[in-house]
Design a protein around this ligand. Structure first.
Ligand SMILES: C[S@@+](CC[C@H](N)C(=O)[O-])C[C@H]1O[C@@H](n2cnc3c(N)ncnc32)[C@H](O)[C@@H]1O
Length: 252
């Protein structure tokens, strides 16, 4: 990561630049260190092997399970984020950096994308992706979506693709995303969701435990509004996938 990028991004953070610089390692700003206890699912995705497997198979497997291919999903997300060149975008649960890289190309060199994830192994792959694509406007951060390390109202757009179903506390994660979004900023999410009610009993517990938790869209809409967004819309694709979008209210 070049230091000019850290200089550009520093005003977004809830701490001084001087405190950030020593935490950059291998292209990732690590704000968690060892001070984080992952859930079972978070730990499962945070190994070199699982991150490699995810990176290698995601795009091929999605269409096979009736889910959108990456080109369609990233286009749908970008439209919902209403991106303008130069926008400052947060990509929560960025994983191996597929959306972060795509968003960075869309906002151009004057824009900035911050990709945030808790899994060092996924971020390691994201850093390789960003380097190999020659992108200089993506800052990768190891942080927790439940306690975002940013000042309030600093992002023009906030995305969370493939991540909401993994949040141990969805309301808190959405509340954090709303807190860091500027007035009028667009929010988008894509991932496992479905119509109907939450799966209950042992089956529901197992789904959640293994992060194959299909969030009921009605509950997701309520959670997005309760977090402080408005104009919430969802669109179900197939039986286990949905897009969501919303906006932060303009300042009064
Ligand atoms: C299925 S991957 C999605 C990666 C990428 N956005 C995509 O759509 O392909 C889910 C990601 O959510 C991350 N994640 C889970 N809980 C998180 C949290 N509390 N804060 C930040 N990231 C989290 C995981 O580490 C994982 O990389």
């Amino acid at each position: 990561m070049n230091l000019a990028l850290l200089d550009r991004a520093a005003p977004l953070f809830d701490r001084d630049r001087a405190a950030l610089a020593p935490l950059v390692r291998d292209g990732v700003l690590d704000l968690l260190g060892d001070a984080f206890t992952p859930t079972f699912t978070q730990r499962t995705l945070d190994t070199a092997a699982s991150a490699w497997l995810y990176d290698r198979t995601r795009d091929a497997l999605m269409p096979r399970f009736g889910l959108p291919d990456f080109a369609s999903e990233s286009q749908a997300v970008a439209e919902r984020l209403a991106l303008a060149p130069g926008a400052i975008v947060l990509d929560v649960a960025c994983g191996h950096g597929n959306f972060s890289a795509d968003l960075a190309k869309r906002v151009g060199p004057n824009g900035l994308v911050v990709g945030l994830d808790i899994a060092g192994s996924m971020l390691h792959r994201a850093a390789a992706r960003i380097r190999s694509q020659g992108l200089e406007n993506v800052l990768l951060v190891r942080g927790d979506a439940l306690a975002l390390p940013f000042r309030p109202a600093v992002f023009d757009a906030v995305n969370c693709s493939g991540g909401l179903h993994q949040m141990p506390d969805l309301a808190r994660a959405l509340g954090e995303m709303a807190r860091v979004a500027k007035p009028g900023a667009h929010f988008a999410a894509s991932g496992f969701a479905r119509s109907g009610a939450e799966e209950s009993g042992l089956r529901g517990w197992l789904w959640r435990r293994f992060a194959l938790h299909f969030i009921p869209v009605a509950a997701l809409e309520r959670a997005i509004e309760a977090a402080g967004f408005e104009d919430t819309r969802t669109q179900i694709e197939g039986s286990t996938f949905a897009y969501a979008s919303a906006r932060r209210p303009e300042a009064a």
